[in-house]
Design a protein around this ligand. Structure first.
Ligand SMILES: [Zn+2]
Length: 54
């Protein structure tokens, strides 16, 4: 069930947040954010660990 809204928040200084019902979408957006904005590599597994209820 994809009814629950979820989110990943970046650091407070950054302010980036992605929120969706779709965990895969959140993970993909967050991965491209850290890569493009922070020039950091992360993994889908790592990003899934950051997902919280929104
Ligand atoms: Zn950020």
């Amino acid at each position: 069930m994809a009814a629950n809204l979820k989110k990943i928040e970046c650091e407070p200084e950054c302010g980036f947040m992605v929120r969706s019902h779709d965990e895969n979408e959140i993970v993909n957006l967050a991965l491209s954010h850290v890569s493009n904005i922070h020039n950091m590599r992360s993994t889908p597994v790592e990003m899934r660990g950051k997902i919280e209820p929104a």
